[in-house]
Design a protein around this ligand. Sequence first.
Ligand SMILES: [Mn+2]
Length: 343
Amino acid sequence: MELLEKFTKKNKQLKHMGESLAAFCRALKKKDNFLLASHVNPEGDAVGSVLAIESLLRRLGKKTLIACEDPFPDRLFCLPHKRWNQAKDVPPGRKFDALVVADCPTLERIGHVRDLLRPETQIFNIDHHISNVKFGHHNYIHPTASACGEIVFDLFKWFKLNINQEEATALYVSISTDTGSFKYSNTTVKSHQVASHLIETGIDIEEINDALYSTYSLEKIQLYSLLLGKVQRSQDGTIAWVAVTRNDLKQTGGTYEDTEGFIDFLKYIKEVQFSFFMSEMNGNVRVSFRSKGNYDVAKVAAQFGGGGHKKAAGCTIAGTLEDATKKILDQIKIAIVKQNQKR
Ligand SMILES: [Mn+2]
């Protein structure tokens, strides 16, 4: 109990950015017709948060529509997809008085959903990225939350709504995926507390965890096998990286989506402190970073206009894989030197 009190105290001292939860929720209450969105290439936290907020608003009697740039990710089949729309499928002329954006540090990252906005649309920005630029008319950002879903849970509490199983599943997926199944350093007492409330609703966590972490297609296994054979390391072994090319996908029948999570294998190598995973895409290279210990990959990603968290970040670099690799390695080496000087 003592630990819990200590944590709660510490958590209160850590300031959220933007307005208070009460002010944010009161402003939400005043709107009627909501559009909900998250970032392009949505993962578990983005999808789970959006689904749960949509359900919350619907239970408050609001009109809602989810529209994201990308289709519902197949791998999240444990979540309902029937309310998910792509921005391109929203009928033109449909009016919204509010947009809720979850788990998204900048408005650019919602992609073409921006085309659905009108000057009068009020933007509600709910997030946990420390890099969030507070682009909303209303912002509620909690950088110490392990997942955006953890913050959405607080919204349910504020509105005094009992979370149903569908909402609990969505929020569990949010928190579980953003904490690497409660393993990453962003996992807190609160992540576990919220999870315990969600489990109390009677959701089947074995089924959810199997769906999230133990259901692979043969194509994905074959793609992983190919990529494992291509892993490269720096001379001292502290940096590891690999790239997936269009040809790799063709050869194995895997998809870009299948590669999510592959970067963890690089991190599992004992000596590795920095790892990055590159995807070759339409003349661009999409990069995910991971770090261990005190190294900060958000700063490395920021050098390329990206962002994220200290130990998990991403960016997009224009150009070839070879160029991107060289540029990234240079920046990581600078980050290592800087970090070692601090010691
Ligand atoms: Mn997140």
